[in-house]
Design a protein around this ligand. Sequence first.
Ligand SMILES: [Cu+2]
Length: 146
Amino acid sequence: MKLPISIILGLIMSLSSAQMSAAESKINVSHAWVQEAPPSAEVLAGYMDLQNQSAQAQTFLGARSSDFKSVMLHQTLSKGGMTHMKHSPRIEIKSGSTLQLTPGGYHLMLMNPKKVLRQGDQVEVLLEFQGGLVLPVKLKVSKERP
Ligand SMILES: [Cu+2]
């Protein structure tokens, strides 16, 4: 006997969504904030702590947001007194460890905000992980780490 394709697809989809919600609850996001910038700023930086509470390593691939034209994962590097930024296509977060996005290190580069963001505003960013997990996070616009 063959199972109809719709039932098979339904089983696959319910299985993958169950796995995703299990992983989702195991990445704890805290101190999520966007550094306030002058109204003319075309680029802002977003920071947060990502704690991997799952038993497996999780790979952070980047982010997107409807509040910005584009979002990239960057790393600030210092070399010979010069500071520059590098695109990071992926960062592995080992089981039990915390990845800090912080001024002078990894950050979300939030490009071309669609509106002026002031202290106290919130933006929503979708964090993307390997395996299809998408984690929505609210970042608070602030002058310093909340
Ligand atoms: Cu950057």
